[in-house]
Design a binder for this molecule. Sequence first.
Ligand code: FPP
Length: 252
Amino acid sequence: MSSGQREAGVPNPSHVAIIMDGNGRWAQMRGLPRQEGHRRGLEALRRTVRNASELGISVLTLYSFSTENWRRPYAEVSFLMGLLKHFVEKDLAELAAANVRVRVIGNRDDLAADLRRLVEHAEIKTRDNTGLVLVIAFNYGSRDEIVRAARGLAADAAAGRIDPAAIDDEMLARRLDTHGLPDPELVIRTSGETRISNFLLWQAAYAEFVFAPVMWPDFDRAAFEDALAQYRQRDRRFGGVAAPADRSVGVA
Ligand code: FPP
């Protein structure tokens, strides 16, 4: 049975989010410039989008540039900006033909106007597609996203449009960049690092985490299927108890 199918009633996650880590180390281990690691990382990204579609995943979110990544040397930052531009320009037609819907989350204010326009164009061109939703997190940071949402709610409350007492988690979630998307059930981080790095802090409240030892450029179908298999073995309790027979009290 392939990982795209249900195994004994345990479904694959519908939303998988990935922290694509290890491009720099992948390159360093081979005596190559870091940029080569990012170039190979883009190939891994393309492969993972194809695999996600084939494995029946509905939403794939990829952490491509964080609000903290501006601290990198200027040359690397502009290379990553260029890589996003290159990806959208070169792959958009193919993604659109493959019925992929593209969405970009993160703070667009700091992006160059041409990149912003390109991203908007990709979203508009693919908005009626019904296949995989590919979410690119670019200039994304969870704290920044939550702060922007909180500002919006505060402005509405100050203007009398909403009652502060009526603010609940659903209302806040509707203000996040991810509004309308299901929460990720599985977050994968490659490279063996075991941090969340300001990624989907709100949305991943009940996600399962898989820390894959491979560097991102080496993330292949087998590594993806292995992460899905680990997910299917997890006991997801959402703060409840494991099974009716098990009355022991525990945290989530
Ligand atoms: C983390 O590796 C990776 C990134 C910060 C960038 C991710 C970018 C790609 C996968 C390429 C595709 C990009 C776009 C924009 C579509 P790292 O550089 O932190 O690796 P290290 O921890 O080994 O140094």
